[in-house]
Design a protein around this ligand. Sequence first.
Ligand code: FEO
Ligand code: CA
Ligand code: CA
Ligand code: CA
Length: 616
Amino acid sequence: QVPPARSSVSLGFNSIPGSLTDAVTIPEGYKAQILAPWGTPLNDKAAPWKADGSNTAEDQANSVGQNHDGMHFFPLNDAADDGLLCINHEYIEQDALHPMGPTLDADTGLRNVIDEVRKEINAHGITVVRIRLVEGNWTVVTNDSHNRRITGASTLDIAGPVAYSEHLVTPFSPDGSQARGTLNNCGNGYTPWGTYLTCEENWPEYFVNKGELTESQKRIGIGTSKTRYGWADLAGHEEERVDEFARFDVTATGAGALYDYRNEANGHGYIVEIDPYSPNARGVKRTALGRFRHEGCTFGKLEEGKSLVFYSGHDSRFEYLYKFVSKASWSEADAKPANRLATGAKYMDDGVLYVARFNEDGSGTWLALEPGSSTQDGKTLADYFATQADILLNTPGAADLLGATPMDRPEWCAVDPFTGSAYLTLTNNSKRTETNSANPRLKNNFGHIIRWDEGASDTEFNWDIFVFGAPTDNADYNLSNLSEFNQFASPDGLSFDKRGILWIQTDNGASEVTSYTNDQMLAVVPSTLTDGDGKQQTIGEANQTELRRFFVGPNGCEVTGFAISPDYRSVFANIQHPDNWPVSNDATEATPAGERIRPRAATVVIRKLDGTEVGV
Ligand code: FEO
Ligand code: CA
Ligand code: CA
Ligand code: CA
């Protein structure tokens, strides 16, 4: 029998203590610099970021967005010191975005300053920016031809089974082939052919239906009284309401009505593919991968001649884990294609979407979201949905009927490059009152990471729980024997680098841990944790000191998004929604006590002082 592959690296730093300051902390021998904070101009159309919040919507459309989340580094000419960074901007901090927060009409309480609303829409979406390493510091290359923003207002193409269906017909896209904007881009992925994947997460709350909700709107939770930031109704601006803003109000109006945007939200909730190397290529929403609150999108181990697999979690309490299996077989020749988005169409527009059932005995079953699949009540999905497009439009509703396992908020997924094992963060679920063996803790405030290996067929897998988040002082919950040096809660961001190091990031909700440390990034090399028979161990079974805290963020933030340069000498992590940071280009410099600054989400680049590989 062939022994399982394992990484040859081991972590070369000591776990750092927790921290509760307005600064980043890192191990000795490292430095951390700020790169591309919110408002950094991408080109000369944008004025430099202003500390009083007075930048315009036009500035924002040409500058880095707010609240950085998932990201990926794409090298140019295979260089390790020159490339394109793609960054998600999940949502906005209105108080930081505007000089005095959002302006509201005194009579109606509605938004009434058009430029403010446009600025908010433009602060969402994606940034593609060229960056270069110059004398040990990464810098933004302003005016590079690759630099661009894709925002909540950009035109995107739609592909896969839902495209061109009646569900997507809007005044903007009468043939149902396009949508405007990508919103709430949280986790991310990338493809083996060099494109970026951005995931639309909490998009339902950007829309409102004041009438009767459709089945899919009810299931996903479209709002019924107001939108998240009040974009749908602008006091005193009827003209602009027609198209640019009224589209967020999806209340059905009479047939032939001028402003019939009832289908607008149907163009959201997808995995979006972007070719960073082709600045004029529109992004494409790949509907075959389902429509829900996508947290991330991660491809499985590549095998020549076998289907390509993508995993994606639906982040909400009691939601599900999904797997897409391509119809096309993977060919290594597609790793460097002439047309990247055509390759995306080949692998991502045709295939089978599955949802996971975690059986009590450690086995699992992937349930196909197809018309012929049997439902729990002895019928088939075809009894409930007329077409595959209908199934995809209400993906979670179809998954309910198949008997998928409700999880503790599926967030990011990562696949071990050595073993092929997949890992999924289940961030927390304070409302869990009934357990199953894959979600075994009541009132799970701390979260856990589940792991699985695919089985002999597309529909089988085997799983175990890799680590349980917990504070050290709660024996009932600390099932992985964490110590002061690696206690954590609410795992969220999750990435493997190609050396086999798993990077775990937190978005903390549990006071037992937040009273000890701010959000953090930990590292571990799972493939090296094996028992005498070569079987992979959990953290509870292994030497627990192999899970090490590498990084702690400033007060108020979450640590999310991971990228690494091809030479492993630069690690990129994002600080989202900091309270009062950063004060200089040095991410470890604390904001002086008593000083209030306008906070800026930013990418932090971590490098060793001697310039060698990070982490080992
Ligand atoms: Fe936006 Fe599920 O974190
Ligand atoms: Ca977040
Ligand atoms: Ca997240
Ligand atoms: Ca989260």
